[in-house]
Design a protein around this ligand. Sequence first.
Ligand SMILES: [Fe+2]
Length: 388
Amino acid sequence: MPKDHALMPETLTLANARLILPEGEMVGRVTIKGGEIVEIAAGLAVPSGAIDCGGDIIAPGLVELHTDNLERHLRPRPSAHWPLKPAIAAHDAELAACGITTVYDAIRVGSIEGKGGVGWSRYARELADALLAMRAAGALKISHHVHLRAEICSETLIEELDQFGPDDRVGIMSLMDHTPGQRQFADIGQYRTYMMGKHGLSEAVFNEHVATRQALGARVRDSHENAAIEAAQRLGAVLASHDDTLVDHVVRSAAHGIALAEFPTTPEAARACRQHGIAVMMGAPNLVRGGSHSGNVSAMDLARADLLDIVSSDYVPSALLYGAVMLGETWGDLARGIATVTAAPAQAAGLVDRGRLAEGMRADLIRFKLAEGVPVLRGVWSAGARVA
Ligand SMILES: [Fe+2]
């Protein structure tokens, strides 16, 4: 796999630390050089020149597969659009400060020309261009990849997908269907509350909106789904499902070769994922808040039922490490909790060079301690470079 950061020549040893290793915890030290982990050793010794971590925890840098955080920087207020490149720089710095060293930035493809402010406007190609330009300029602290969120029941999906090629770092393609009456919006009553609240629609406009979206979905769902699956192959992206609600959704995902399910909304769907060998990803805000903000299944309930594999920060970057620590406490195994935000997402995305503290891996590291049960970061390294 090509290295995507300038390699750091210096040697750095972080000693007297609780190392979160793939097989569990060990007190010891880790040495990095040239952007890679070159040595892991047990014991309390602090060699000369090493940093004494005083018992702090050292874990792999976090791997984030689905964040909406860039969108927040692009529109800090609902009607305030921010220039793309400064938004990307601020987003990148925020993620680094939260211990995230690899991110798949979620960008929607598939737009609907809006009537009455309820459409989705086109932005994917322009944003991806800005992201790739910032990366090429060496302006980014952490490793960025693109997660294309394919809105299947939209008007422009195919032409937007055609604008992407294999050099665009598209690592994940998720298949989404936000048609009213489907998946996340299975309950039309809840959808009415959400839409009428968010967009201030009248009853008549809401009803027309639902009818239009449902007709569009019926017309394009199958052909667009096939187009997105073909595009994922062409781009070399891992396929993910989104908002699986029914066992049938999971069966359909498995038939498409999907190995990652984003935010299944019911315990039945999560259990079906387990049976089909599909990794279950849930949102860290759901863990931290003790439930879904939209009434779906609780991530902690899935964790207790051993049905949660990967955690994503979704819309709160700082929730990622905190959510992993909460899982570690729930399971009585910090290393297992940390694996849901490191080894498991790296594996699901096909990244073999990171996600674990092991010799030869990328030097993506975080140093933190727990204060009042909250993880407090004390250092973040991305490919050996200190970024926070
Ligand atoms: Fe969704």
